[in-house]
Design a protein around this ligand. Structure first.
Ligand SMILES: [Zn+2]
Ligand SMILES: [Zn+2]
Length: 346
């Protein structure tokens, strides 16, 4: 029996209940979940603002747990191993995207770990629960000795920022500017610093600017101050983690020739761009969605070997509603993680 926090309909409250996981297939593992991060996209799915919501819904896609049961064909993991599951629970495994490690762009659509149908057409319930069942190809090994609660948010938040940093070769000799100092931004600073890049951060909050420099940023600027002028034409990549409507145009002039502004936040309103800011300077606007399984595994190893992880507020399951409200209001430092121990194992 699986204990889970579920919404009956869009916008209703989460309440504890029991759900049925699918029967364990030959390639499946069951995880006793220990922690699950709370991601902004949980709130978006629960509100059904983008449509297509599958209710009743159990949110959660940043899971860490231990293997408690496994099918006969499972290889490479053992009972008791600590593993994670992020956004991707399955994909077709035969299209060009799957073949090249980009399961999140699977041409048949990938199966999300919640609010999605599996390949048999059954609705996937997520990780605000005591256990989870998934095909072993989509597991992310968690290194021995890792702080599991701090690792959980890496499985969506971490890979979301890691993928563009890798794709655009952020490292020694490059300068990154992070827009937004929240769940994604605070991870981007840590990863890019560990990769050897210079990191600058723009945030209106003095407290967050102090945190940004503590986490590895060389400079943290108030975007409304004159200090920004000194960085015009100096930046190779701007990672825009802001999910609210905002003005993109003021940022392009920070970029060097050929520099890129990459969106990882997803505002649901239109953003306007003044074309000359891109054309004069050979600049470009990019977008990036999470990342594939191989990159997620690499990212977790990278994080562990550099001693980095999410800064978290650990909560109990009956505090999720309050946490959601605070996340909605931007009041979290910097990621909520649910301690699932009290739900017990199946
Ligand atoms: Zn997420
Ligand atoms: Zn595919």
């Amino acid at each position: 029996m699986t204990v889970a926090y579920q919404l009956e309909e869009a916008g209703t409250r989460l309440s504890p209940t029991t759900i049925e996981r699918r029967p364990l297939g030959p390639r499946d593992v069951r995880l006793n979940l220990k922690f699950c991060g709370i991601c902004h996209s949980d709130l978006v799915a629960a509100s059904d603002k983008l449509g297509g919501g599958m209710f009743p819904m159990v949110p959660g896609h940043e899971m860490v747990g231990t293997v408690s049961e496994m099918g006969a064909e499972v290889q490479g993991v053992s009972i008791g191993d600590t593993v994670g599951v992020g956004c991707i629970a399955d994909s077709c495994r035969s299209c060009h995207s799957c073949d090249t490690g980009d399961e999140h762009y699977c041409e048949t659509g990938f199966t999300l770990s919640f609010n999605s149908k599996d390949r048999e057409g059954r609705v996937n319930y997520g990780g605000y629960a005591s256990d989870y069942v998934v095909d072993y190809d989509y597991l992310v090994p968690i290194p021995t000795g890792a702080d599991l609660a701090r690792m959980a948010p890496l499985l969506c938040g971490g890979i979301t920022v890691y993928t563009p940093l890798k794709r655009f070769n952020v490292g020694p000799g490059t300068t990154l500017c992070v827009l937004g100092m929240g769940g994604l931004g605070h991870l981007a600073i840590q990863f890019a610093s560990a990769m050897g890049a210079r990191v600058i951060v723009a945030s209106r909050s003095e407290a967050k600017r102090a945190d940004a420099t503590r986490l590895g940023a060389e400079v943290a600027l108030d975007p409304d101050s004159e200090d920004l002028q000194a960085w015009m034409g100096q930046v190779d990549l701007i990672l825009d983690t802001i999910s609210n409507p905002h003005d993109l145009n003021r940022w392009f002039s920070l970029l060097r020739r050929g520099g890129k502004l990459c969106l990882v936040g997803v505002p649901t309103e239109q953003l306007e761009i003044f074309p000359a800011l891109i054309v004069f300077g050979d600049r470009s606007l990019e977008g990036s969605l999470i990342g594939g399984i191989a990159d997620t595994r690499e990212m977790v190893q990278f994080a562990h070997s550099h001693g980095l992880g999410a800064e978290i507020e650990l909560i109990q399951p009956d505090e999720i509603e309050t946490a959601w409200q605070r996340l909605h209001d931007g009041d979290v430092q910097y990621r909520f993680v649910i301690d699932l121990e009290s739900l017990g194992s199946s």
